[in-house]
Design a protein around this ligand. Structure first.
Ligand code: 26W
Length: 809
């Protein structure tokens, strides 16, 4: 371990020489990053080996978190912090005239996820390792992560994100642990004695090769594993030489189609071909994952019947739900268990988190597709369905409608959420309100049938990345005031309440915020050549672009503010900088038009000198984990303005409060719990309640057009979308206009507008009283500890997985 900078410096120079055959002055920054990464990795390796050895020897229960997404963020800085050597390395590099932060910039940010669900998976891994829990991730090593977003002429353009271009210093390819995954083909059944034996023939074989990434805990010796699978053809390259032309073509085609499985995160599923690929990805992940979990179980334990006591498998939404039939297949076809035994093991092993109530996100697969692609798996699902429907029949005789509604297979489709609930021992939502909505509405039939399965686990974020790493100035200030215990016991942040009214602490907090705002302003200036005023309110909405998240409400309010400033240039408002960051799914037309609208409004507002710079609008390109780490510490306001009842939890809301931003939000997801923690005076709540929204959906009674008629502000804004106000852009925004007026504004943007604008006015007024604003900010930080993913993980560990810490020493 590098206990002093001298030992580090000589190791670093030697490593540069060995890796690149150059001395330091000749190396590039990326080479320096790679060399440092490899040194750090080596340090981690020692404890990684030790951790694996102790896990093997102790034979205690292991958790596997299966997820199609892991949004890890850059790893160098976090790894240095976890090893406790960040400062030493920084100092050592400084002596060599190298800036550690420059090296950190070199690391690509692996975009192996879309948004909250993927980032949550990464936060949970961090907390498991930091709390000494034996928990591992299992995912896909997409060759291309989520696309890189460019904004051209205001439109989103998607470019491939080839994050592996320079290699990945953190991973180890484990060819020795590769497994085979089988697709398509046909099944024939043989009766051997009393048993039915299933044979799979003519299948397409895909090789799953794992790449392991170490996940170290914070200043402990635990190093867990994130195993990402890559798809390869099962053919060796030398076979190519002795082939005739036709075979050659066939093999090229086979190679292409197998490798496609781990090529892209979420291939475009607006087309049939894309959907097939996504289903293939899902099975690829669970089949490879489960084979390796079982292999490692059998190394440690004799009896397969003890499996649920030694292994917990968690599925992150329904994407990996085929883990249920796959585990059944392995237990029956490979381990020789009977159905009942296999079912009992499976349903004591698997637990499931739901992350959304949006209908379009509830996965369903056409029967034909699944049958063709996964013939044996489909047979097993059919059997699970039959047995479940029989049970339902016993409980609800004659209630065909209900049984049809709850069936796993119905209407030509396999309903993945139903399979997930039936095949797992616990189902959880990700905030109190979300879990209630699951129980009372979305999954109410299942809740009535299996009330004991439903639990809440409110999401969390790792305060180590989102405060300690992302906001070093604030972290230091906090530690100076209350000591460093909060890093391991985040609810200790509560002690900050003692300082909420302390003028000198307030002064320091305010200086830190200003400093962070200046850093962000510099970034914006450099990247977009727009000057923003660090003394303006930084009002931020960063998240996936989706109609329910209502970026549109935000931009309408900006249009209204602009209209009012045009009428009265002396309008007395605190200058505002509105910051947006958002990617839209490539095939999501409305979302892309909203991006165009934000950019159109931005260029109008930013170039109009008559409003005297009172408002600025910035759309940051390519929002992701790394940008979030830059933006959130600089925010005064975090906007969490989803239509009540639609956001399962939100985790951005937690990151903002932890960094001292105040929330402008609806009563939705975890906003409600944040409000309960900080109190109504320290959060800006507006809009319909979840119940009001649900009632409108159920009973009707909302007419968007009435609001257009009755509210002159709204009429003006909506007309501006189509009347040439934006000059050549007219056509673009018709689609938005019609979605609100013709299709009656599904997400209540117009309905919540007045209340939102009011809340924005309150913010303006409150901000003028800086003392009380900073007090509110401190109160938010002080209450954020409960939203650490450490709390979330402890709840899963004791309430769901029943797994205990294993101390590595
Ligand atoms: C087509 C399958 C599908 C559907 C939805 C893939 C991915 C998604 C979303 C990207 C899922 C998602 O990210 N959900 C978010 O999960 C977070 C973690 O629990 C919650 O905080 C967010 O509220 C929820 O939107």
């Amino acid at each position: 371990m590098f206990t002093n900078k001298e030992s580090f410096k000589s190791a670093f120079l030697e490593r540069l020489e060995n890796m690149y055959g150059k001395n330091i002055n000749e190396t590039t920054t990326i080479e320096q990053y790679m060399a440092l990464g490899s040194l750090v990795k080596e340090q981690i390796n020692k404890n990684w080996i030790l951790t694996k050895k102790i896990y093997r020897e102790r034979g205690e229960k292991q958790v596997y978190y299966l997820s199609m997404e892991f949004l890890l963020g850059k790893m160098l800085g976090m790894n240095l912090i976890n090893l406790g050597i960040y400062e030493v390395i920084e100092e050592g590099l400084k002596d060599l005239r190298i800036s550690l932060s420059d090296l950190e910039q070199q690391e690509p940010d692996p975009g192996l996820g879309n948004g909250g669900l993927g980032r949550l998976a990464a936060c949970l891994l961090d907390s498991m390792a930091s709390l000494h829990l034996p928990g591992h991730g299992c995912g896909i090593r997409y060759k291309y992560g989520l696309f890189e977003q460019k904004i051209m002429d205001g439109y989103q353009v998607e470019l491939p994100d080839y994050w592996l271009r320079e290699g990945n210093v953190w991973e180890v390819r484990r060819s020795d642990k590769a497994v085979e995954v089988r697709f398509e083909g046909n099944i024939w059944v043989e009766k051997v004695g009393e048993r039915l034996v299933f044979h799979h023939e003519n299948f397409e074989s895909v090789l799953a090769v794992p790449y392991d990434i170490p996940i170290p805990g914070y200043k402990n010796k635990t190093v867990n594993t994130l195993r990402l699978w890559s798809a390869e053809s099962a053919i060796k390259d030398f076979d190519f030489q002795c082939l005739n032309n036709r075979d050659y073509q066939k093999i090229v085609e086979y190679k292409r189609s197998t490798e496609a499985i781990s090529e892209f995160l979420y291939p475009d599923d607006s087309k049939e071909e894309g959907r097939i690929l996504r289903l293939k990805q899902q099975y690829f992940l669970v089949s490879a994952g489960l084979q390796s979990i079982i292999r490692s179980y059998k190394k440690r334990h004799q009896n397969i019947k003890d499996f649920p006591n030694k292994v917990a498998i968690h599925i992150n939404d329904t994407h990996p739900v085929l883990a249920i039939p796959e585990l059944m297949r392995i237990l029956m076809d490979e381990e020789g268990l009977e159905w009942d035994e296999a079912w009992s093991i499976t349903t004591r092993t698997i637990s499931y988190t739901n992350h959304t109530t949006l209908q379009e996100a509830l996965e369903r697969w056409p029967i034909d597709m699944m049958k063709r692609l996964l013939p044996r798996i489909y047979m097993i699902i059919e059997e699970i369905n039959e047995r479940f429907c029989r049970e339902l029949w016993n409980k609800y005789p004659g209630e065909w409608g209900l049984i049809h509604e709850m069936a796993i297979i119905a209407d030509g489709q396999v309903k993945m959420a139903h399979l997930a609930i039936v095949g797992s021992y616990q189902v959880n939502g990700v905030s109190k309100i979300h879990t209630e909505i699951l129980k009372k509405q979305v999954m109410k039939n299942f809740y009535n049938y299996f009330p004991y399965k439903f639990h809440n686990k409110t999401n969390g974020i790792t305060h180590r990345r989102w405060l300690l790493k992302a906001n070093p100035l604030l972290a230091k200030l906090i530690s100076d005031a209350i000591g460093t215990n909060w890093i391991e016991h985040p609810t200790d942040l509560n002690y900050l309440l003692n300082y909420a009214k302390d003028p000198s602490f307030q002064e320091r907090i305010s200086r830190v915020k200003r400093q962070n705002k200046i850093s962000l302003s510099n970034y914006i200036k450099e990247k977009y050549h727009i000057a923003v005023d660090p003394d303006s309110i930084f009002d931020v909405q960063v998240k996936r672009l989706h109609a329910y998240k209502r970026q549109l409400l935000n931009v309408f309010h900006i249009m209204d503010l602009y209209n009012r400033l045009k009428e009265n240039p002396n309008l007395d408002i605190v200058p505002r900088t509105f910051i947006f960051g958002a990617k839209a799914a490539p095939a999501y037309f409305l979302a892309k038009r909203i991006i165009k609208l934000i950019n159109t409004v931005a260029s109008l507002v930013n170039n109009d000198s008559t409003i005297q710079g009172k408002i600025r609008v910035i759309f940051v390109e390519n929002y992701g984990v790394s940008l979030a780490e830059k933006i959130i510490p600089a925010a005064d306001i975090g906007q969490q303005i989803s239509t009540a009842s639609k956001e399962a939890s939100g985790t951005g809301n937690m990151k903002f409060m932890m960094n001292g931003a105040l929330t402008l939000g609806t009563l939705d997801g975890a906003n409600i719990e944040i409000k309960d923690e900080v109190g109504e005076d320290n959060i800006f709540i507006f809009g319909l309640t979840p119940q009001e929204v649900l009632d409108y959906y159920q009973y009707g009674g909302y007419r968007a057009r009435d609001l257009y008629q009755s509210d002159p502000r709204l009429r003006k804004i909506l007309d501006q979308l189509i009347d040439g106000f934006f000059l050549k852009e007219v056509v673009d925004f018709k689609f938005i206009y019609y979605s609100l007026l013709q299709e009656n504004d599904e997400f209540f943007v117009l309905k919540d507008f007045a209340s939102y604008a009011d809340a924005q006015k309150r913010i303006d007024q409150f901000y003028k009283d800086q003392e009380s604003w900073i007090e509110k900010s401190i109160i938010n930080i002080a209450h954020s500890g409960i939203f650490s993913s450490d709390r979330t993980i402890l709840e899963y560990a004791s309430g769901t997985w029943e797994v205990r810490p294993i101390f590595i020493s």
